[in-house]
Design a protein around this ligand. Structure first.
Ligand SMILES: NC(=O)c1ccc[n+]([C@@H]2O[C@H](COP(=O)([O-])OP(=O)(O)OC[C@H]3O[C@@H](n4cnc5c(N)ncnc54)[C@H](OP(=O)(O)O)[C@@H]3O)[C@@H](O)[C@H]2O)c1
Length: 237
């Protein structure tokens, strides 16, 4: 069990739909302080919440945030960006790089910089927010970047085990946040997603799959590729 009591939590992307829930629920569940980081930090009406400026695509910004938050025991690597109709063949190569800058290199930067802090503070926990799309390539560069981050999380988990840091990967399908406000699909409740994610930290779960989409997509990875992509042309004839 990772205790949430007296935890000091750093949330990346805390102005977003899931980010705000992480800030609120960690405090409700015993954290004494939450660093609420964002590119443009907002004011919070709670002395336990410390606003921090963070752009995950900048070395200097991440280094400054980590220096400010040296007592962190739990890091939530939640910042992310998404483009509707993303494609790996369309647009410019720079669009793909941009997607990786936030969703892969940004998250890796945050994880690498906080790893020694967590180690110094007794191990603690790192929560990396992935997606059902980490395992399903229908969202172009977003899927690719989230897949790469999933792989990196597996490596962080192995490499940080020795210092006692628990690393959780979180997978979710469509969830009702500003990120997909324009999509008219059935969506998870962000409060439920975050509750399951924090339960996972408390119970030392390595991977949390919050919904049927995440579970069925992961299960299909063990099947022939057509199970995940039934619309592919039949090449067997
Ligand atoms: N909502 C879904 O359906 C869904 C599904 C699967 C996975 N996810 C993942 O869940 C995580 C949270 O997303 P959300 O749904 O809460 O979306 P959101 O409301 O759009 O929040 C995303 C947050 O990430 C921040 N961010 C983006 N680029 C950043 C950067 N360079 N540096 C620092 N912060 C940056 C945004 O900050 P600004 O406020 O400055 O823009 C925003 O606050 C993301 O990693 C996303 O990929 C979401």
């Amino acid at each position: 069990m990772t205790s949430l009591n007296n935890a000091v939590v750093f949330v990346a992307g805390s102005n977003g739909g899931l980010g705000r829930e992480f800030v609120k629920q960690f405090l409700d569940r015993g954290a004494v302080k939450v660093y609420a980081s964002a590119r443009s930090p907002r004011e919070w009406d709670d002395p336990r919440i410390v606003p921090v400026t963070l752009d995950v695509t900048s070395d200097d910004s991440v280094a400054a945030a980590v220096a400010q938050a040296g007592d962190t025991t739990i890091v939530v690597n939640n910042a992310g960006s998404y483009r509707a109709d993303d494609s790996i063949t369309g647009g410019e190569l720079s669009d793909i790089r941009e997607m990786f800058e936030t969703n892969f290199f940004g998250a890796v930067r945050v994880a690498r910089e906080f790893a020694p802090v967590l180690g110094r503070n007794g191990g603690g926990a790192m929560l990396n927010v992935h997606s059902a799309l980490s395992w399903w390539g229908v969202a172009g560069a977003y899927s690719a970047a989230k897949a790469a981050m999933w792989s990196a999380t597996n490596s962080f988990r192995i490499e940080l085990a020795g210092q006692g840091t628990h690393v959780e990967g979180l997978h979710l399908g469509y969830t009702d946040t500003p990120m997909i406000a324009d999509l008219e699909v059935e969506k998870n409740d962000p409060a439920d997603v975050v509750r399951q994610a924090i339960d996972g930290i408390e119970n030392n779960e390595y991977e949390v799959l919050v919904d049927d989409a995440s579970k069925s997509i992961k299960a299909a990875l063990a099947l022939p590729i057509e199970a995940l992509y039934p619309d592919l042309p039949d090449r067997s004839a």
